[in-house]
Design a protein around this ligand. Structure first.
Ligand code: ADP
Ligand code: MG
Length: 286
């Protein structure tokens, strides 16, 4: 299936919220993976079924340790858990220090996420730039979606980030602008900024700025979520985005081949999903 990497250029425009809401509305099985080096918000904001706390020992950090023996659907799901409501999530690092030993994991994890049998993966990659540790995971995605708001500074940073990312990322690019549903002019201005750039951003969406809807993804929801502008706008985005990434691309094969030449292991290499590993059975750099 597919990896969709979501990220921001600067600030806190709503990447985590957008990732969770798109995951909740995704038309196929999906895992929302927190790959933000700045630390997990899901573990703090959300709960497990029955309002229980999430298991903070089960997530990206435990996966990193287990990945020494290889990666595959079973390993990924063994380090994931369900939110109240049923969405599968992999919670991210507790502190930025915990990503220190993960240098060699990002690329094989991205390739594995992009080729899982059982689910698509929406990765919340936090802020992204050319020097970000999680960039190799973003590079493995079938689609990269940057989230911004319609303010001048958010758009200026988006522009700058797109101009540099395009040299590092081959995937399809999309932008989600989080803005008040009534402020369509602000959204149009963002589109005209993108039109004036040489970077091709083929896919553009407007996600409602909606504090009432967003509160449900912040652990503070009250009332009915289904009628909120957030859900209405996110439903269309989830349907379109899922359709756009449904088919594997040449980029996927090229990435997997570059990482695991001539079938030397890899997500679905010769050994099959249960005996996965990098070239030496261990990820490089670990
Ligand atoms: N679409 C939205 N409408 C209203 N508030 C939002 C929206 N998305 C996020 N927020 C709020 O903004 C804050 C930051 O959101 P978050 O998703 O954590 O951003 P990021 O992941 O980009 O740092 C949270 O309080 C969240 O509830
Ligand atoms: Mg976030």
């Amino acid at each position: 299936m597919a990896l969709v990497a979501m990220a921001s250029a600067k600030g806190s425009p709503g990447v985590t919220t957008a990732g969770l809401v798109l995951g909740a509305l995704w038309p196929r099985p999906v895992l929302v993976a927190e790959c933000d080096p700045a630390g997990s918000d899901v573990a703090i904001r959300m709960t497990a079924p029955g309002g229980q706390p999430l298991n903070s020992d089960r997530g990206l950090v435990s996966l990193a340790a287990a990945s020494r023996k290889g990666l595959g659907d079973d390993v990924i799901m063994a380090h994931s858990q369900q939110l109240d409501g049923g969405l599968d999530v992999m919670i991210g690092v507790r502190t930025p220090e915990q990503i220190g030993g993960m240098g060699g994991l990002w690329q094989p994890l991205g390739i594995t996420f992009n080729q899982m049998f059982s689910a698509d993966v929406i990765a919340d990659c936090g802020r992204i730039g050319p020097a970000s540790p999680q960039l190799p995971l973003v590079q493995a995605a079938r689609m990269v979606v940057l989230v911004c708001t319609a303010t001048g500074s958010s758009v200026a940073h988006l522009r700058e980030r797109l101009s540099s990312l395009v040299h590092h990322v081959d995937a399809k690019l999309g932008v989600i602008v989080v803005a008040d549903p009534k402020k369509r002019d602000g959204v149009k201005q963002v589109w005209s900024v993108l039109d004036a750039m040489s970077v091709p951003v083929q896919h553009r969406w407007h996600l409602a700025y909606d504090p009432v809807g967003a509160a449900f993804f912040d652990g503070r929801g009250q009332g009915r979520l289904d009628r909120t502008p957030l859900i209405r706008t996110a439903s269309d985005i989830a349907a379109e985005l899922a359709a756009l990434v449904a088919m594997p691309t040449q980029h996927d094969f090229d990435m997997a081949e570059a990482a695991f030449p001539h079938g030397q292991g890899g997500p679905h290499g010769e050994g099959g999903p249960d005996s996965l590993g990098g070239p030496n059975g261990e990820w490089e750099g670990r």
